[in-house]
Design a protein around this ligand. Structure first.
Ligand code: URA
Length: 271
């Protein structure tokens, strides 16, 4: 007996089936795209996968402004990924060290006289350079990095971030008129200094904040008012300070510190 095969008939108004290649394209578009966020962070130098997972889990990572969840995938070409507000692109291979420079150490990459240099005090790889300089007989905070663009902006006179110094001067208490001169500007052999913040917490000890970076500037300013410097310590660079860092010790900047520094330097890194 002849059996009729049952062929389902399409309802009169059903949409025509999409061609196979179109279905395939739609399915692959629905597959997860991009790389896992923790892998992206780890390859950009934010720590091991585990550390990066913790960063995400603690809510410190955002993708296009939204707090990211573990397992999130990102397309680094198009998505904006930030850790504590710092774009991740800031760090591929870049390092930022805060050093408490001891006395007797020179602020150069190598010294012809063979004296110890600031780069001897931090890891040799990747190679870093000091941002600005401190005299051999000045101690205190110094930034070292291999991020040449940021270093250039930080030292550029138009952006010059604030640098704060504690200064012990010879000659005892400094008269109010001389403090005012330091604040308003002092004539040096390379021109007038810009206005500075100056206070005298105890007689003969000054707290001076400047944003220029001229050679031996604080020493020359104090000499100009007749109070040569006896001890000079840099205690702050922009918003960076750290009283727990002993002379010769260094540490990496935190993402939040880096963000503040990048903002103080004028424009975002990489732009
Ligand atoms: N001003 C100086 O005179 N010396 C330094 O090392 C830093 C600022």
């Amino acid at each position: 007996m002849h059996r009729r095969e049952h062929i389902p008939r399409r309802a009169a108004h059903a949409a025509p089936e999409r061609p196979l290649w179109e279905q395939w394209a739609a399915e692959s578009a629905a597959l997860p795209q991009g790389e896992r966020l923790q892998k992206v962070l780890a390859t950009r130098g934010w720590g091991s996968r585990r550390v990066c997972e913790e960063l995400i889990a603690s809510g410190r990572v955002t993708v296009n402004g939204d707090v990211a969840v573990l397992g999130r995938r990102v397309d680094t070409e198009h998505d904006r990924v930030e850790v504590d507000g710092v774009p991740i692109g800031v760090r591929p291979g870049l390092v930022y060290y805060l050093l408490n420079k001891p006395l007797g150490v020179v602020t150069t990459a190598s010294d012809p006289q063979g004296r110890p240099t600031v780069v001897d005090l931090v890891p040799a790889e990747p190679r870093v350079y000091p941002v600005g300089r401190l005299d051999v007989n000045t101690s205190g905070l110094l930034l070292l990095t291999n991020d040449g663009a940021l270093a250039q902006r930080l030292t550029h006179p138009s952006h010059g971030v604030e640098k704060e110094y504690l200064v012990e001067v010879a000659g005892g208490a400094v008269a109010q008129g001389k403090l005012r001169s330091l604040r308003e500007g002092i004539e040096l052999d390379d021109g007038m200094t810009a206005p500075a913040q100056v206070s005298q917490p105890t007689p003969g000890v000054l707290r001076i904040t400047i944003h220029e970076g001229r050679n031996r500037q604080v020493r020359r300013m104090c000499e100009a008012i007749g109070h040569p410097v006896e001890r000079l310590v840099r205690v702050r660079i922009g918003s960076l300070s750290d009283r727990s860092l002993k002379p010769g010790e260094w540490r990496e900047l935190t993402p939040a510190e880096l963000k503040a520094l990048v903002e103080a330097a004028g424009s975002p890194v990489g732009s």
